[in-house]
Design a protein around this ligand. Structure first.
Ligand code: ATP
Ligand code: MG
Length: 566
């Protein structure tokens, strides 16, 4: 490609609301253009990067035996009503009616559609397993589209779905897909971590996320310093903690605790480790039908994990409640406890099972109970509610957990029969009995990957594409196009690299050297071959974007030496 003919609208100004390097540089360097909230046009450079990522995905899917399909973007809403997800997805689902008043949605993910493809067509275990995928535009009316391609409303996803006769076979495919996803990220040149995840609205049991490590990542990961264990904070667990040695000895009693509302004050007041105090976190749980206050109880030194709380309450969302709302409901903030409490859902952290010698609120202002034995609560609900902290023990080994940030670029699930059951998609097993398909689903954010590459590979000048993702690997830059000798050599080398199959762009624009060099750095070609003043001494210069290294090369060796580096 000749730069003079290419459409690469680079600009100096960053978009107003942009904070992330990928958002700033992809816009400034002319990869993408913003249209409306969460909507982008991919310009030629952006399209090239997407194509490269897609090619690698396609190759690895073929290698893993998955087949490509392409499903309609516009999906009949009936399918979503059948699966019950039309409500679950809420406003993220863009709905509209056609001229005949039929309701449709723009596909945010394609479980339902994919099930409908095999339903009544695949009838026998002999036709299984199947793994079908597509690379396709998705639409989610995200509440807060932001960070450019990272969280858009319209985006590109690779979504794959597998169908099996048995759970064992699904597990095998899940592992194969994990391996394929690893190869994809390795080939893209990314540093990543595969972590255990919460399964969210898609449902199912085992689920793992592929996280590209970057400071700007929206996800917090708890990772072990010793072994491979890593989990999204929403799903992270820790080794069971030993209780602090001295449990306070006290008979069950009510105690006056004037204005002692916080855990810190309470443990100081009674001279006990916070572990022996019962923390109550009140939240409003939101359901389809309405909302209600739910009380979550934890050891005083633990913190509530929001997504775990949401799952435990089987709620669509968990939001904060004000002290007024609590008072109006007849509760006493700072003094809420589980004893003698009527009409509220209480959920206890699982580590509180059988806890004794506890101190908790007495549901009266300035009053606490001491010497509480929680086993008196016969019908208590227990669940894992705790957010792991840095320094907690690894659940797999003796290591210690710490936090790191990641960008979720992929999510793979063991769906089991969640969808096939509700959508009545069945096959006949070896005994001739009908059974629902056992399914897996494998998503990868293609357009988010474009941003993730830049989050991990940039500097203060712009993008630093990895070899596999660069829109062009080599940029041949003629310093002064008015200089015949420079031009001639540029043309010659450009021709040679084109012939050799190199992805080369030839910066033949009638612009100043500094301007062209700024563009080269902003766009982030891995290599720029500069044909400039050195020509008089018989040399050209190779600039390596990632390392900043500049090497002079004798003209006669230019082609061969650069080819070696590519
Ligand atoms: P997130 O938690 O970031 O919203 P998700 O759990 O909703 O992601 P999935 O439903 O698992 O995502 O979708 C599969 C992949 O699609 C994600 O791993 C991510 O890479 C990508 N993706 C999801 N939402 C967006 C979006 N709004 N913009 C760009 N990519 C997205
Ligand atoms: Mg989402």
């Amino acid at each position: 490609m000749r730069f003079s003919r290419a459409y690469i609208p680079t600009v100096k100004e960053a978009p107003n609301e942009a904070t992330l390097p990928s958002h700033i540089y992809l816009t400034r360097a002319g990869f993408i253009a913003h249209i409306a909230s969460g909507l982008y046009n991919y310009l030629p450079l952006g399209k090239r990067v997407i194509r490269k990522i897609e090619t690698i995905i396609n190759e690895e899917m073929a290698r893993a035996g998955a087949e490509e399909v392409e499903l309609a973007f516009v999906t009949p809403a009936e399918l979503w009503q059948e699966s019950g997800r039309i409500e679950k997805f809420g406003k993220e689902l863009l709905r509209f009616r056609d001229r005949k008043e039929n309701l449709f949605v723009l596909g945010p993910t394609h479980e339902e559609m994919m099930v409908s493809i095999v339903r009544n067509r695949v009838n026998s275990y002999k036709q299984l397993p199947l793994n079908l995928y597509q690379i396709k535009t998705k639409f989610r009316d995200e509440a807060r589209p932001r960070f450019g391609l990272m969280r858009a409303r319209e985006f590109i996803m690779k979504d794959g779905y597998s169908f099996h006769a048995t759970v064992e076979d699904m597990n095998r495919e899940f592992d194969a897909m994990e391996a394929a996803y690893k190869r994809i990220l390795d080939r893209l040149g990314l540093k990543y971590r595969i972590v255990e995840a919460d399964s969210g609205a898609i449902g199912g049991t085992g689920s793992k996320e592929l996280m590209v490590l970057a400071e700007s990542g929206e996800d917090t990961l708890a990772v072990c310093d010793h072994c491979e264990y890593g989990a999204n904070i929403e799903a992270a667990v820790r080794s069971s903690k030993a209780a602090p040695s001295e449990a306070p000895v006290a008979e069950f009693n009510r105690f006056k605790t004037p204005d002692i509302k916080s855990i810190a004050d309470l443990s100081a007041f009674f001279h006990v480790d916070p572990y022996f105090t019962l923390k109550c976190v009140a939240k409003r749980a939101v359901y389809e039908e309405g909302s209600c206050i739910v009380l979550f109880f934890l050891h005083g030194d633990d913190a509530l994990q929001k997504v775990k709380a949401q799952n435990a309450a089987k709620a669509l969302d968990i939001v904060d409640v004000s002290e007024e709302e609590l008072s109006d409901a007849g509760l006493f903030p700072g003094f809420i406890g589980p004893l003698d409490l009527q009409g509220f859902t209480c959920i206890f952290d699982q580590t509180l099972k059988g806890a004794s010698s506890m101190i908790c609120g007495a549901n009266e202002v300035d009053m606490h109970f001491v010497g509480v034995d929680l086993s008196v609560l016969s019908e208590a609900i227990f669940a894992d509610l705790v957010e792991v902290k840095e320094g907690d023990g690894c659940p797999r080994c003796n290591g210690t957990l710490s936090y790191t940030k990641g960008i979720e670029v992929g999510h793979i699930f063991k769906l089991g029969t969640t969808y096939s059951k509700v959508l009545k998609a069945e096959f006949l097993n070896e005994k001739g009995q009908a059974e629902p398909f056992v399914m897996g689903t494998y998503g990868m954010g293609v357009s988010r990957l474009v941003a993730a590459v830049i989050e991990q590979h940039h500097d203060e000048k712009g993008c630093q594409w990895t070899r596999a993702t660069a829109p062009y690997t080599l940029n041949i830059l003629v310093s002064n196009v008015k200089d015949e000798a420079q031009n001639e050599l540029g043309e010659l080398l450009y021709g040679q690299f084109l012939k050799a199959g190199t992805e080369v762009i030839f910066d033949d624009r009638k612009e100043r050297f500094g301007f062209k060099m700024n563009d080269a750095e902003l766009i982030g070609f891995p290599f720029t071959l500069i044909i400039g003043k050195g020509l008089e001494q018989g040399v050209v210069e190779l600039y390596v974007r990632q390392s900043g290294e500049k090497v002079e090369i004798p003209i006669a060796e230019a082609f061969v030496r650069v080819m070696e580096r590519l």
